[in-house]
Design a protein around this ligand. Structure first.
Ligand code: ADP
Ligand code: MG
Length: 154
């Protein structure tokens, strides 16, 4: 079994409901051992779109990294994600953030997630459930950190 961190994000329709629903669906991939609160975050990359709701879950899984990514993409489809443009609005986005201590760089799959250490909306919720990531969150600028707000338990 490996412990994987999964990042969730949504900013179309009822984004909080979509993220909560996706958190429940992660149980199909393994044992969900921790889940963060829901967070509201300013959009990143492409700024002209609604705020995001984000969360992170830790899942103990027997799926290999590639199989886990495939399962996450299938779940995105099931939950109504329609491809738009890069960093554009989405009904649900599921990212594989970390997979144990594994480092992997293959076409279509990089672990840890390549933008993990730049994103307050990922590091904030991740640090809530895995204190090892607190220093990484603290290294972000105040402006980045202030763009992310805890909503409460989802
Ligand atoms: P982002 O998550 O950066 O906003 P997308 O969800 O549109 O962007 O993902 C684009 C592609 O990134 C996916 O099709 C996937 O193959 C690739 N990818 C590479 N590494 C990962 C990872 N660790 N988790 C999720 N997707 C990844
Ligand atoms: Mg993604």
């Amino acid at each position: 079994v490996a412990r994987a961190a999964i990042g969730l994000g949504a900013n179309l329709g009822d984004a909080a409901a979509s993220v909560s629903h996706a958190l429940e669906k992660l149980a199909a991939l393994g044992t969900v051992v921790a889940r963060s609160s829901l967070y509201r975050a300013r959009p990143w990359g492409e700024l002209d779109q609604p705020d995001f709701v984000n969360a992170v879950a830790l899942v103990e899984t027997t799926l290999a990294p590639r199989a886990l990514l495939t399962a996450l993409k299938a779940l995105e489809g099931e939950l109504g994600r329609v491809p738009t443009y890069r960093w554009g609005p989405r009904a649900i986005d599921l990212d594989l953030l970390t997979y144990g201590d594994l480092a992997l760089d293959e076409p279509g799959l990089t672990v840890p997630h390549p933008r993990l250490l730049e994103r307050a909306f990922v590091l904030g919720p991740l640090a809530e459930i895995d204190p090892a990531f607190r220093p990484a969150f603290e290294r972000l600028s105040l402006e980045e950190r202030q763009g992310v707000h805890r909503l409460g338990d989802g």
